[in-house]
Design a binder for this molecule. Structure first.
Ligand code: FEO
Length: 299
């Protein structure tokens, strides 16, 4: 795994906060270095993760204290994001570490997701403390997450017999293990085309085919069939009018997924299950004119 680079654009101009962010990057890089050295063991990883977690909490507390000192209006909302990270994201990530007995892959996954969360958080919420608001095109997912999570949980339970837990709304394309990828298109009744993108750890697929009594390697047809079942359930999130058939072209390699992801998905969510992680992304654009536009009327 490559080291992560600090960028001066992360500075918000408050010394104590900028130094803490830079230190968090250094600790994450130390963990990456450790994970590249085969001599290191679970005890070393455990200590490193514990230190990263403790320092993150110290930083949150210092930053919250600064926000209170300047009577920052977004304090309550910002603190909620910190609390949510501590009580949900971190708890889920630590379960992954523990269930794999602090394997090298799980440590690298931990650092990848933590880095992704921190970078996004610094650029969105921390910059806002000093009045620099960088909003993701005004796309506010907060109210949609419970609904999306419920539908994805139903899909995971029906297809993989496992529960899905929401981890992060800030998935940025990082690798989370060997996975299978697929994209899917459908049109809604209101003339919007949706592109859905799923990336699912292979362990989940192997679990599904094993339950169906299939042994050996997963074929492309089996993979497509499973993605098809998932998309059938997920597309109920939207008022779908036209569905497009899945074929082999819809399956993506890791590079294909990354290239597709880089086109920009305003909704990109990371979930965990007992058997592995998965990501769900969607984007949309208008393909049919509204009736009033087609009739030449101004809306
Ligand atoms: Fe720097 Fe809000 O954490």
């Amino acid at each position: 795994m490559e080291n992560i680079a600090w960028d001066d654009k992360f500075n918000i101009g408050v010394d104590v906060i900028d130094k803490a962010h830079a230190k968090l990057f250094r600790i994450m890089n130390k963990l990456i270095d450790m994970s590249e050295d085969e001599e290191n063991n679970q005890t070393t990883y455990k200590e490193g993760i514990k230190y990263l977690e403790a320092y993150s909490m110290t930083h949150f507390s210092e930053e919250e204290s600064y926000m209170r000192s300047i009577r920052y209006q977004g304090y309550a909302q910002h603190k909620k994001v910190h609390d949510n990270f501590r009580d949900k994201t971190l708890v889920t990530l630590k379960k992954d570490l523990e269930s794999s007995n602090y394997s090298t892959a799980s440590v690298q996954r931990f650092v990848g997701i933590m880095n992704n969360w921190l970078t996004e958080h610094i650029m969105m919420q921390d910059q806002a403390i000093v009045g620099r608001i960088v909003n993701r095109k005004g796309f506010d997912l907060t109210s949609q997450i419970p609904v999306i999570s419920r539908v994805l949980n139903r899909a995971m339970t029906e297809v993989f017999q496992t529960e899905a837990k929401f981890v992060s709304a800030d998935y940025k394309g990082q690798n989370f293990g060997k996975a299978l990828y697929c994209c899917y298109f459908c049109d809604t009744e209101s003339g919007i085309r949706l592109q859905l993108l799923l990336g699912i750890e292979e362990t989940l697929f192997l679990r599904a085919v094993k339950q169906q009594g299939v042994t050996g390697n997963l074929t492309e047809d089996e993979t497509l069939q499973i993605f098809g079942q998932l998309f059938q359930i997920i597309s109920k999130l939207f008022r779908v009018e036209t569905e497009y058939e899945l074929d082999r072209d819809n399956l993506l390699t890791r590079d294909g997924f990354r290239a597709n992801f880089m086109k920009g998905y305003p909704c990109s969510l990371l979930f965990s299950t007992k058997s592995g992680y998965f990501v769900f992304c969607y984007r949309s654009w208008r393909v049919k004119k509204r009736k009033s536009e087609a009739d030449g009327k101004t809306v």
